[in-house]
Write a protein that binds this ligand. Structure first.
Ligand code: SAM
Length: 202
């Protein structure tokens, strides 16, 4: 039986920008934190200013947070409606948001940090290998892939959860896990299954 709280949508392929456009347009965004999480703030506070890429940025609260603190940040999304939402939110910093497909995008700088939140779990499983490879290609040795991962397999998605072992198998050919933390301020869709992880490019 369908969930009466979930509207019916025309677009069902999360690999298509139309899928996400429709959800942003209709303000159905159960993944949206409407703010910046504590683990993100703690990580940013522990680092010197440097270049950050935020793929699949959605509303891009974190991009605003970093831009206001003078970080160099690029937030990208392939959904035009997500980009418009993010730009409206970022105001004077809206130029830091670009419409682009992560798998083809070349940032204007070498990222020292790529921030992950609800991006891997937005991708169907058959794209996960490409995600790992693209992250590895974009980051130089020593650079960081850090953010929130949604652990534990899900029967369907998005969000497409990933088993811990599977995430390790995906990333360890290119990255070493150097930090992992509990997350206490998750929104309901991710509650109890979201972990902050910091992976360093080998
Ligand atoms: C679940 S939302 C998460 C948004 C944001 N990271 C957050 O935490 O609120 C996933 C986002 O990834 C974007 N996306 C999915 N595939 C993408 C791709 N190949 N390139 C760029 N953006 C993509 C979608 O348009 C959507 O805005």
């Amino acid at each position: 039986m369908s969930d009466p709280n979930v509207p019916t949508f025309d677009h069902r392929d999360p690999n298509s920008p139309d899928f996400w456009d429709e959800r942003f347009d209709r303000r159905f965004m159960p993944w949206d934190q409407a703010g910046v999480q504590e683990a993100f703030k703690a990580f940013a506070a522990s680092r010197a200013l440097h270049n950050v890429l935020i793929p699949g940025c959605g509303s891009a609260y974190e991009a605003l947070y970093l831009a206001e603190r003078s970080w160099t940040v690029r937030a990208i999304d392939f959904s035009p409606v997500a980009v418009a939402t993010a730009r409206a939110q970022l105001g004077a910093y809206g130029k830091n948001v670009e419409e682009a497909d992560f798998f083809a995008y070349q940032p204007p700088f070498s990222p020292a940090w790529i921030y992950e939140r609800a991006f891997l779990c937005a991708l169907p499983k058959n794209c996960w290998g490409d995600y790992a490879q693209r992250m590895a290609d974009l980051l130089e040795s020593g650079a960081l892939l850090a953010g929130f991962y949604f652990l534990g397999a899900t029967p369907k998605g998005p969000p497409f959860g990933i088993e811990r072992d599977e995430l390790h198998a995906l990333l360890t050919p290119h990255f070493e896990l150097i930090d992992e933390r509990e997350v206490r301020d998750s929104i309901p869709v991710f509650a109890g299954r979201e972990r902050w992880m910091t992976w360093r490019r080998a």
